[in-house]
Design a protein around this ligand. Structure first.
Ligand code: IVH
Length: 676
C-alpha cells in the first residue's frame, strides 16, 4: 500500500476514535460497543507498530481519552491517571511476563506474584485526602487533567470523608471506581443502557442533589500522589484500604505465576453472572512496589500491570426461564431469559433457542449454566450447556403441544424442499383466530415496507388490539378517533397526526399491498413478481374463485412452496373478507407496466441516511419504475448517492473520493420531474 493511503486510513481511524471519545465524555453516551471500541483502538496500535512513520498526537498511545466536559472546573492530577494495556489470551499473558523478565534481566520464572483484581466496569475517580480529610475529588478526564466533581463524590455514602488512622498517609490520592450495583441498576433500566452509563451520567450531574438520588458506590484499588504511605506491596495496600474504611473488591486475590492467573480467570468467568456488579476482565498488578518502580511506564500504561479482558462475544450465565414467542406465521420461537451479563459492553438478558429441535439436541433446561454468544449483529444464542453444574432435580424442557396464545394444536409441517419435517413448530390456528399471530400480522401490515403508516408503532398496535380498537387490517382505516383522544397519552394533536398518517396511506401499489398481507413465503420480491403477473387487485383477488394456482408456477421465481402458501391463504374465509373490506377502503394502484427507457435508464442509485416523508422502499420502487437500478454499496458502478439525514459518513466520503454525484432527496425527485 502507498504511504499516503496508509496515513489516510490511520488518520481516519484516529478521527473516529476521537469522535467516540468526545461523545462518551461530553454526553455520557457510547455509540459503539466496548468490543468495537477496543478493536478500533487495536487497529490503530497495529498500524503504528507496523509503520513507524505514523505518530498522531491524538493517538491513544499519546493521549488518554478525551478532554473533560466544560461544565466542571478542571484540575491537574499531580500524578497522571493512566490506562492499562489489554491481554486477551494466555499467550498475551506469557508475553507480558516475558517482557517483564527481559526488562528486569532475570530468568523467566513463575515466582512473580500479582494481585488479581476483577476489573469493575465503572468510572474512575481520584480522591485527594490531606490529614485524613477528603479535600477534593476529580474525574479521570484526559488522564492529566480531570474535572472537579467533589460535590458529587461527597454524596457517595461509602466514601470515607474523615480518616483518623495513624498510618493513613499525610497526603494521598485514593483512586478507584465509581459504579452502580446491578441490583440497583434494575430500577434505573428505563433511563440508561447499562450500569456504567448510569454511573457516568449520575456522577456528572450539575446538581449534587441529583447525584445523591442514585445509589453510587466507590471501590478503591490504587493511589496517585502520596506522602507518607508506609506500605511496600499492592496486596498490603488493598488490606490497609479496607482498614481505613474504604470498600475494596472482595474478589481480589494474590496469585503467583501465569498458570494460576489463568485458573483464577476461568473460575471468575464462571461465577461472573452471580456477582452484583459488572466486571469486564481481571487486572493483574505486580505485587511488589519496588519492582513496579523499576519497571515504570511505557507510553501511558504501566509495564507492571495488564487488564485480562473477558471475551467480547461470549460469557457464561444461567437460564432463568424459557419463554415461547409466537411470530406472524405462527412459528413458536423459544427464548431463554438469562441472568443479565455484559458481553462486549452490551447487557444481554435474552438468548434465542431457535426451535424445539435445538433445545432437544443441546438438552437445554431451565436453571442450566450456559455459554452465551453475541457476535456482531447476530441475536445472542446458547453455545453450550455445562451439564456438570446441573441440579439433580432438573427436568427436561417439554415444548408445548398447544399454542400458548390460543390453545390450538401445534404442528410440525412437512417441508416440500428438504422432504423432511420442519424443525419449527407452529400454531395451527387460522391466523386471525390466534391473538399473538394477529397482533404480529397487524404490526407487519403497518410496517415500513408494507403500508408504512408513520407513527403507528408496535406498541400502538398492541395497545389498540387490547382495547378492541383493531382486530383486522381494515379496522385501521375505521378507527374511532374520539375514543382514542380520551386514552392516556393521547391528545387532540397526536390523534390529528395519526389520522393524517393513516389517511395519507389509503393509496398503495399492488406489490406493497400483496406484501402487507403477510402471506407466508411472500416477501417483497415475490410480491413484486405476483403484482407484475396479476396487474390489478381484482385479478389477484379472483384467484380465490378461479383457483388457477398451477398457472402461477410459470412465473420465474415462484415455486411450489409459494403456490401452496397462496392456496392456504385464499382458502381461509377471514382472509377473503379482509381482502374485500380493504378493497372498499384502499385505492390499490394497478402494477406499472415495466418501462425500459424511463427517466433513470441505466443509472444506479444508493440511499444513505433518513429521508423526509418518503421511505426507502418508496424511493426504490420509484427508481425501478423509471428503469433505474438500486445498489447496496458505494463503488465505481454507482452514479448517484442520495443523502438524507445522518448519513453513513464512510459512504459519503467514499463517494466523494470516487467523484460520484451526491444528491439530496429534492434533487432526486426533480430528476423524475416531481416536486418534493
Ligand atoms: S489500576 C496504572 N485497578 O481500568 C493503573 N484500574 O484501563 C491504572 N479499573 O481507568 C488503573 N478496576 O477505570 C486499576 N483494580 C483496578 C481496576 C481498574 C477497574 C479501570 C479504571 C482504569 C481502567 C484502566
Amino acid at each position: 500500500m502507498k504511504k499516503n493511503l496508509i496515513k489516510k486510513e490511520y488518520e481516519e481511524r484516529i478521527n473516529a476514535l476521537s469522535y467516540y471519545n468526545k461523545k462518551y465524555y461530553d454526553n455520557n453516551f457510547s455509540e459503539i460497543s466496548d468490543a468495537e471500541y477496543d478493536s478500533l483502538k487495536k487497529k490503530i496500535l497495529d498500524l503504528e507498530n507496523k509503520y513507524k512513520f505514523l505518530n498522531s498526537k491524538n493517538s491513544p498511545t499519546q493521549s488518554i481519552g478525551y478532554m473533560p466536559s466544560k461544565n466542571f472546573k478542571k484540575a491537574r492530577h499531580r500524578v497522571p491517571m493512566l490506562s492499562l494495556s489489554n491481554a486477551f489470551s494466555e499467550s498475551d499473558l506469557l508475553n507480558f511476563e516475558k517482557k517483564i523478565s527481559n526488562f528486569l534481566s532475570r530468568n523467566l520464572s513463575s515466582d512473580i506474584s500479582y494481585t488479581a483484581e476483577p476489573k469493575i466496569d465503572g468510572i474512575s475517580a481520584s480522591l485527594y485526602y490531606k490529614n485524613g480529610e477528603l479535600i477534593r475529588g476529580l474525574s479521570r478526564g484526559d488522564g492529566k487533567e480531570g474535572e472537579d466533581i467533589t460535590a458529587n463524590l461527597l454524596t457517595i455514602k461509602n466514601i470515607p470523608k474523615n480518616i483518623k488512622f495513624k498510618d493513613f498517609p499525610e497526603e494521598i490520592d485514593i483512586r478507584g471506581e465509581v459504579f452502580i450495583k446491578n441490583s440497583d441498576f434494575n430500577n434505573l433500566k428505563e433511563k440508561f443502557a447499562n450500569p456504567r452509563n448510569a454511573a457516568s451520567g449520575s456522577l456528572r450531574q450539575k446538581n449534587p442533589q441529583d447525584t445523591k438520588k442514585i445509589p453510587l458506590r466507590f471501590i478503591a484499588y490504587t493511589f496517585g500522589f502520596e506522602k507518607g504511605l508506609k506500605v511496600n506491596n499492592q496486596f498490603e495496600y488493598l488490606k490497609r484500604l479496607k482498614v481505613w474504611g474504604f470498600e475494596t473488591n472482595p474478589l481480589n486475590k494474590l496469585i503467583t505465576g501465569v498458570k494460576n492467573l489463568i485458573k483464577n480467570y476461568e473460575e471468575v468467568e464462571k461465577y461472573r453472572a452471580d456477582i452484583d456488579f459488572d466486571i469486564d476482565g481481571i487486572v493483574y498488578k505486580i505485587n511488589d512496589f519496588a519492582l513496579q518502580k523499576r519497571l515504570g511506564y511505557v507510553g501511558n500504561a504501566p509495564r507492571w500491570a495488564i487488564a485480562h479482558k473477558f471475551s467480547s462475544d461470549k460469557a457464561i450465565s444461567k437460564i432463568l426461564d424459557i419463554d415461547i414467542q409466537i411470530g406472524r406465521t405462527g412459528a413458536l420461537t423459544p427464548v431463554a431469559k438469562i441472568k443479565p451479563i455484559n458481553i462486549g459492553g452490551v447487557l444481554v438478558s435474552n438468548a434465542t433457542l431457535h426451535n424445539e429441535d435445538e433445545i432437544n439436541r443441546k438438552d437445554i433446561r431451565i436453571g442450566d449454566t450456559v455459554t452465551v454468544e453475541r457476535a456482531g449483529d447476530v441475536i445472542p444464542h446458547i453455545l453450550s450447556v455445562d451439564v456438570k453444574k446441573r441440579q439433580k432435580d432438573s427436568s427436561k424442557f417439554i415444548f408445548p403441544n398447544k399454542c400458548p396464545s390460543c390453545g390450538s394444536k401445534t404442528i410440525k409441517e412437512y417441508n416440500l424442499i428438504t422432504k423432511k419435517k420442519d424443525a419449527v413448530r407452529r400454531c395451527s390456528s387460522e391466523g386471525y383466530f390466534c391473538e399473538k399471530i394477529s397482533i404480529e400480522k397487524l404490526k407487519h401490515f403497518v410496517s415500513k415496507e408494507a403500508f408504512n403508516i408513520d407513527g403507528f408503532g408496535k406498541k400502538i398496535v398492541e395497545n389498540f388490539w387490547k382495547l378492541n380498537l383493531i382486530k383486522f387490517p381494515q379496522d385501521i382505516f375505521k378507527l374511532d378517533y374520539k375514543k382514542i383522544e380520551k386514552l392516556e397519552g393521547w391528545g387532540n394533536l397526536s390523534v390529528k397526526n395519526l389520522k393524517y398518517s393513516i389517511d395519507e396511506k389509503k393509496k398503495i401499489s399492488l406489490e406493497r399491498f400483496i406484501f402487507s398481507l403477510g402471506i407466508r413465503h411472500i416477501g417483497l420480491e415475490n410480491a413484486k413478481l405476483l403484482s407484475k403477473y396479476f396487474e390489478s387487485f381484482s385479478q389477484f383477488k379472483n384467484l380465490s374463485k378461479n383457483k388457477d394456482y398451477k398457472e402461477l408456477l410459470n412465473i420465474d421465481g415462484i415455486g411450489e412452496t409459494q403456490v401452496n402458501s397462496l392456496k392456504i391463504f385464499f382458502s381461509n374465509k377471514t382472509n377473503i373478507s379482509v381482502l374485500n373490506e380493504l378493497g372498499k377502503i384502499v385505492l390499490i394502484k394497478n402494477a406499472a407496466i415495466e418501462k425500459t427507457d424511463g427517466l433513470l435508464k441505466k443509472k444506479t442509485f444508493l440511499v444513505t441516511g433518513k429521508l423526509n416523508g418518503i421511505s426507502r422502499a418508496e424511493v426504490k420502487s420509484l427508481i425501478e419504475e423509471n428503469s433505474g437500478v438500486t445498489v447496496s454499496s458505494v463503488s465505481k458502478k454507482l452514479n448517484y448517492l442520495i443523502v438524507g439525514d445522518k448519513p453513513t459518513k464512510r459512504k459519503v466520503e467514499n463517494a466523494r473520493e470516487l467523484e460520484i454525484q451526491i444528491i439530496d432527496q429534492n434533487q432526486f425527485l426533480k430528476m423524475l420531474n416531481k416536486r418534493s
